[in-house]
Write a protein that binds this ligand. Structure first.
Ligand code: ATP
Ligand code: MG
Length: 433
């Protein structure tokens, strides 16, 4: 590579009349004889490089003949005002270097002239990343995860690193990926649950962003086998305290996207509305009644299907709301039951645009109660000894929650398949690329 970039595509406005070097890809090329165009793309945008036969060298004209979409190039040239180019500026080339040729035909057209189907987008992920759409989706996802971090850091939480290799099921479910670990068996974490609790009873306020793994044979556009969770756990807090923080964090993240990703939202034609706070706090029992009234066959004590979840915004009358006070039986063993009615527990979900995006609970911090709940779920307290024992030495009451990053991205962008907003989705049928 002989010519190193002096400017990005979006930095040319102040360079009119000057010479610059651009590095990027051939987004498009048109050789018309008298006038030749190439559209150079870099991470900041696209700029037209125009060669009029009478103004440029024969060398340059020859190179235009050779150029193909997605070739990696360097262009030296003068920045001039343009009446035809979209951004009002173009570059007249004095030298073009082909740094690396692309093969043809392309498996996917980054110009999106003929949009690729989802399977092709997933098979050729890096190629799809070159489209304007992918750049917008993943810029917004990056904004979401980073605004979550900012929210936590601004509010005094410490970032925790929980292990992904664990020795026993954190949720107690059987749906874990098991693998040999030297002379033992180990599992991939289905949540950082036990670890973040140990963090909260010592550091008080912790958060984390980490991949988690679920070994269920999902068959839905809302479920993957590997996802990213954004978690908070905090001491001296009950369910209502944690709900209040979840509401704040959720709105903070949406506002941050709305403010910092205007172009991306525009490109995706997404009018992101910020839900009005306070969000409604519905009880599980109330939601069951609403569904039954709407003709759904669901009994108290059952979890909602994804189809029922989709009906909820209309029934509740809001895009975002909490569902709290769940049946203890269908929530994880560590959920704190109400003292006066242990059939229900201090658990809550956040539903946004008809999909659960977050779940949380006030946790049990009393070892005897934890043992009782484990047994009632058919789990062996022996397997959770290190965890239970952690609550024997001054464990404060604590609560927390987890937001699925992909679910949040999906609902923010109104996408119907979680794979569209996952860089490298892992499902039953896909472990490459
Ligand atoms: P669901 O009921 O929607 O299957 P869950 O209740 O099993 O989800 P939790 O254990 O509550 O999930 O996990 C916390 C959050 O992580 C969920 O609210 C969701 O945003 C996300 N999440 C969990 N499992 C998946 C999955 N298989 N695919 C995508 N996101 C998931
Ligand atoms: Mg849940």
């Amino acid at each position: 590579m002989k010519m190193k970039r002096t400017h990005n595509a979006n930095e040319l406005e102040k360079q009119i009349g000057k010479e610059v070097v651009l590095n990027g890809w051939v987004h498009d090329v048109r050789v018309l004889g008298g006038i030749n165009f190439l559209l150079l793309r870099d991470r900041t945008g696209k700029v037209q490089v125009t060669a009029i036969k009478k103004d440029v060298s024969k060398e340059i004209l020859k190179i235009y003949e050779k150029l193909r979409q997605e070739d990696v190039i360097a262009v030296k040239g003068k920045v001039v005002k343009s009446k035809v180019a979209k951004i009002g500026i173009e570059v007249v080339p004095s030298e073009i270097e082909i740094i690396n040729k692309s093969e043809t035909p392309l498996p996917l057209d980054p110009r999106n002239v003929t949009p690729a189907n989802l399977d092709t987008q997933l098979n050729w992920r890096f190629m799809f990343f070159r489209t304007d759409e992918a750049r917008a989706v993943f810029k917004i996802q990056s904004q979401l995860v980073n605004s979550f971090r900012s929210f936590c850091l601004e509010n005094g939480y410490i970032e925790m690193q929980a292990p992904a290799i664990i020795s026993s099921a954190s949720e107690g479910g059987a749906e874990l990926f098991e693998f040999p670990y030297f002379d033992k068996k180990a599992y991939l974490a289905q949540s950082p649950q036990l670890y973040k609790q140990m963090g909260a009873i010592s550091f008080e306020k912790v958060f984390m962003v980490m991949p988690i793994f679920r070994a269920e044979k999902f068959d839905q556009p809302t479920h993957l086998n590997e996802i990213r969770q954004m978690d908070i756990e905090q001491g001296f807090s009950d369910d209502n305290d944690a709900i209040a923080v979840l509401e704040k964090a959720f709105i903070y993240m949406l506002e941050s996207v709305k403010k910092n990703c205007k172009d991306e939202l525009g490109l995706l034609k997404r009018d992101l509305k910020i839900p009005k706070t306070p969000l409604k706090r519905m009880t599980y029992t109330h939601i069951i009644e609403l569904l039954q009234k709407a003709g759904e066959k669901i009994k108290w004590g059952e979890d909602f299907t994804k189809t029922q979840e989709k009906m909820l915004p209309k029934l509740v009358g809001d895009d975002a709301f909490f569902i709290k006070d769940w049946p203890t039986e269908i929530k994880a063993f560590y959920s704190m039951p109400y003292e006066d009615n242990p059939k229900i527990c201090k658990a809550y979900d956040l539903v946004y645009n008809g999909l659960e995006i977050s779940s949380g609970t006030q946790r049990i911090h009393i070892p005897e109660l934890l043992i009782k709940q484990l047994k009632s779920k058919g789990l062996n307290p022996e397997n959770f000894k290190f965890y239970i024992d952690a609550f024997r030495y001054g464990a404060c009451p604590h609560a927390g929650w987890s937001i699925g990053l992909e679910r949040l991205t999906m609902t923010v962008l109104g996408k119907t398949n979680i794979r569209e907003v996952t860089m490298f989705p892992r499902d039953r049928n896909r472990i490459t690329p």
